[in-house]
Design a protein around this ligand. Structure first.
Ligand SMILES: NC(=O)c1ccc[n+]([C@@H]2O[C@H](COP(=O)([O-])OP(=O)(O)OC[C@H]3O[C@@H](n4cnc5c(N)ncnc54)[C@H](O)[C@@H]3O)[C@@H](O)[C@H]2O)c1
Length: 342
């Protein structure tokens, strides 16, 4: 039987442990896995594009466990009453290939994306960052804010979204949790005085949400929304001015902000900063950018974190996914209607 965490139980886990403690724990899993980056099988995700959006499969494995995630990205969905991003995924035992853990991953993806953003920012943003601009206040936004507070103590937000109702929703969700939230009338207004700028918008377009002139020296940009071909948020000139950190370059060069740049545009793989093989930020004036697209190893870490936290509790149920006859060569026995009765 495969352990299973459905939406109801994922929600119960997050409510039981709290988003911020989970972020702190998930970052430990992420750092442990990013630090052994070379131990993983890595491949850019397999994407099926349509005019409506994208559906992707994201696999990875080490010598013990295999993981994959199914995830979609449909920017026009909210206008039709559906979410932009939904996901589910699983872990399997590399030894016999059997699935061991299956989980909803819409919530888990929001947690892992935000935890990954905060993990990177903690290493490469200027020390002492206090104010974050948030451009885009959709589904991911509250999780991003909570991750940055849990990991870096940031509780002052300057929020802009083209949809004022989204900003109002964010305020309703986060103000009671103690955030200082200022609504901005434009992108330019939101970035004034910000140490970190998170761009997390959804549009299947080569948009320029943030132009180079809007960004002063020393800012860290957490660029989350540009995550598939033909979908970007940053001005190429801003990329040229900055030091750019990525997850898996082979995937990011196709899907990330750097799809706008030449194939040899210099990037730093974040796992190398974590292990000390490469430098992070090298001066207080430097602009740093995390060109986040979401890589399979982060899902591997998130699944492990959720599995371990829910193990042995009623947050896990079991799902019968593998037809497993007593005689492994006699699969037909399971459907054989000629079996003697009794
Ligand atoms: N990098 C990753 O690992 C990762 C993971 C999950 C989601 N994403 C991406 O993050 C983005 C946001 O996801 P979501 O689930 O929050 O989507 P969402 O649709 O719930 O929210 C997006 C918000 O962006 C706003 N917006 C659109 N254009 C804007 C503009 N020009 N200026 C300001 N606001 C604008 C929309 O009004 C909406 O409120 C998506 O593009 C998604 O694909 C990336």
């Amino acid at each position: 039987m495969t352990e299973f965490v459905d939406v109801k139980n994922m929600t119960r886990w997050i409510q039981r442990d709290g988003v911020e403690p989970i972020m702190a724990s998930m970052v430990e899993y992420l750092e442990a896995d990013f630090a052994r980056w070379e131990a993983f099988d890595k491949v850019a995700r397999v994407a099926s594009h349509t005019p409506f959006g994208v559906i992707e499969l994201m696999p990875t494995s080490d010598t013990k466990e295999y993981a994959f995630k199914y995830v979609n990205g449909h920017p026009f969905n909210p206008a039709r009453g559906f979410q932009t991003v939904t996901a589910f995924g699983m872990l399997a035992d590399v030894d016999n290939g059997y699935p061991t853990f299956l989980a909803e991953m819409t919530l888990l993806t929001a947690l892992r994306t935000a935890a990954t953003s905060a993990m990177v920012a903690r290493r490469v943003a200027r020390p002492g960052a206090q104010v974050m601009a948030m451009i885009g206040a959709g589904s991911q936004a509250e999780f991003q804010a909570l991750a940055f507070r849990a990991l870096m103590g940031i509780d002052q937000l300057r929020v802009y979204d083209v949809d004022p109702a989204a900003v109002e929703k964010l305020r309703r969700n986060l103000q009671p949790l103690g955030f200082d939230i200022q609504e901005a009338g434009s992108t330019s207004e939101s970035v004034v005085g910000a140490d970190i700028v998170t761009t997390c918008t959804a549009d299947k377009a080569r948009a320029t949400i943030l132009s180079s002139e809007q960004v002063p020296a020393g800012v860290h940009i957490n660029a989350v929304g540009g995550d598939c071909p033909g979908k970007t948020e940053l001005d190429p000139e801003l990329l040229r001015r900055a030091k750019v950190f990525v997850e898996f370059p082979e995937q990011t060069r196709v899907e990330g902000e750097i799809q706008q740049m030449a194939p040899d545009f210099p990037v730093t793989e974040f796992w190398k900063v974590l292990t000390g093989a490469e430098e992070g930020r090298t001066s207080a004036e430097q602009i740093t950018i995390f060109d986040s697209v979401g890589f399979a190893i982060a899902d591997f870490s998130a699944l492990r974190c959720a599995r371990d936290a829910t193990a042995g509790t009623d947050l896990q149920t079991y799902i019968d996914l593998v037809a497993d006859p007593e005689d492994p060569k006699d699969l037909f026995s399971l459907v054989n209607t000629l079996k003697p009765v009794g």
